[in-house]
Design a protein around this ligand. Structure first.
Ligand SMILES: [Zn+2]
Length: 463
């Protein structure tokens, strides 16, 4: 397994340095991220479930958190540089566990957009919205993602860190839905084919294996139980985790019994019953709510986050092309009330399942099917946080899911929390997300490896 700690810090450090070179005309005083820095007087949300510190001191040495405590209580080196963050809140950068980079360019959504430039644009946009890691989920073709991951590990310029799943595995015509994805996934019909696919993915050192267990609304036969069992066994023998796209409750029950490691969606046909929730908790299965694509049709009129002045709209206006934002708004112009009502009923199923999982202590992470059409990187994660809270998670629980638990799920041991030993990857917010989770959108600054991200330069990468 590659050395993630090295990969992340090396890549991001050089990334930010490179980005800063882009706007030297308005360069701030030179940053010296290896110098000790004391960030003082902010409210600190550690992201690992630990206590919030209302007026904190955060000491960073050599890009890593050395100590955290109440302001005025830490012993600091004489050479320390002090940064006053009075009135701000700091929390770890967000970890996105379910993305599909590369398909959208402006108004166009197609496999033809799947280029290096488009993927880099998605990764830049993710980081602009505060997302420092993007785990792609199996609609990946060719060498591009492997190349990008390798380049990130040696320090080429990017935004968010990319994790890959390679080509996911489904039954013929029952993999990822949508014309843009045709021909990308493995389509397997025998156990031997299923095992061969996993061995090929293992040879490429994917970060996890994605499978689809869904009949796509009756359009195709599902990946059968013998085949997904073969995939899970073959993957586990190679120390790889398997994450399932699932639709039906009955399949989720059997996938848990078969040893699945994570679900990329909640079941869509009914609320998870107590036995399934208990099994998910007992077997430590990671679950993502993935609420925001089904959330979209539940609004009868333009949602507040698409209105001028809203912090989300401010981010969108900066980071997403105007025609796309206009199309996002146009969607709500003429909704059919019956379609809205049906969508709300289906959405309620998801909300109730997520609430049950949360109450039972399941390992929930932030996954938002980011990168589907008009469901842009960063935007989707920010909206998902709001949806998680509206489904019954507390803001504190949603933040843990979106930070330390996501990092744990992705085996990124050096990020995801603001605590001693973690790399200094954090957001500086203008308002407290524990009061209102939407305050995660009020981003003042972003630090990765103790270097302030040059957000205007990220915007330049998107054009
Ligand atoms: Zn997906």
């Amino acid at each position: 397994m590659r050395n993630l700690a090295f990969a992340v810090s090396g890549a991001l450090a050089l990334t930010i340095a490179t980005l800063q070179g882009l706007s030297s005309a308005q360069a701030p005083p030179p940053l010296q991220p290896d110098q000790p820095v004391l960030y003082e007087n902010a409210r600190l949300i550690p992201g690992d479930g630990g206590a919030v510190i209302e007026r904190a001191a955060l000491l960073v040495e050599k890009r890593v958190v050395a100590r955290v405590g109440p302001a005025g209580t830490l012993t600091v080196p004489a050479s320390v540089r002090r940064v006053d963050l009075s009135g701000k809140t700091i929390m770890p950068a967000l970890i996105g566990t379910h993305g599909h980079p590369g398909f959208q360019q402006g108004l166009s959504y197609s496999a033809a957009n799947y280029t290096r430039e488009t993927v880099l644009s998605d990764l830049a946009r993710a980081l602009y919205f505060g997302v420092s890691v993007v785990q792609s989920q199996g609609i990946e073709t060719g060498e591009l993602f492997y190349q990008l991951r390798a380049e990130q590990s040696t320090g080429r310029p990017f935004g968010a860190l990319l994790q890959v799943a390679g080509r996911g595995i489904g039954a013929p015509n029952a993999g990822p839905g949508g014309a843009a994805y045709a021909g990308i996934a493995y389509e397997v019909t025998t156990e031997a084919e299923a095992r061969t696919a996993v061995r090929e993915l293992a040879a490429r050192k994917v970060d996890m294996v994605k499978i689809w267990v869904d009949d796509r609304n009756g359009r195709a036969p599902k990946l059968s139980a013998p085949l997904y069992r073969a995939i899970i066994n073959e993957a586990h023998a190679r120390k790889l985790r398997v994450i399932a796209h699932v639709f039906y409750h009955t399949d989720a029950v059997d996938l848990v019994a078969a040893g699945i490691d994570a679900f990329a969606h909640l079941v869509r046909d009914t609320v998870m019953d107590d036995a399934l929730v208990a099994a998910i908790v007992r077997k430590n299965v990671v679950v993502m709510g993935n609420l925001t694509t089904p959330l979209k049709p539940t609004d009868a009129t333009t949602p507040p986050w698409l209105t001028p002045g809203d912090p989300m709209m401010t981010l969108l206006s900066a980071a997403v092309a105007t025609p796309v934002v206009e199309r996002m708004r146009a969607y709500y112009a003429k909704r059919d009330p019956r379609a809205v009502e049906g969508a709300r009923q289906r959405y309620g199923i998801l909300q109730r399942s997520l609430a049950k999982l949360n109450a039972a202590g399941a390992r929930i992470v932030l996954g938002a099917d980011t990168g589907l059409e008009d469901h842009y990187f960063g935007f989707a994660e920010q909206l998902e946080l709001q949806a998680m809270v509206e489904a019954g998670m507390s803001p504190a629980q949603a933040i843990v899911a979106a930070t330390s638990r996501g990092a744990e799920f992705l085996h990124l041991r050096d990020t995801g929390a603001i605590s001693a030993g973690k790399r200094a990857d954090f957001l500086v917010l203008d308002a407290n997300p524990l009061d209102d989770i939407k305050n995660t959108r009020r981003i003042s600054r972003i630090y990765i490896a103790n270097e302030e991200v040059n957000r205007p330069s990220l915007l330049a990468l998107m054009r």
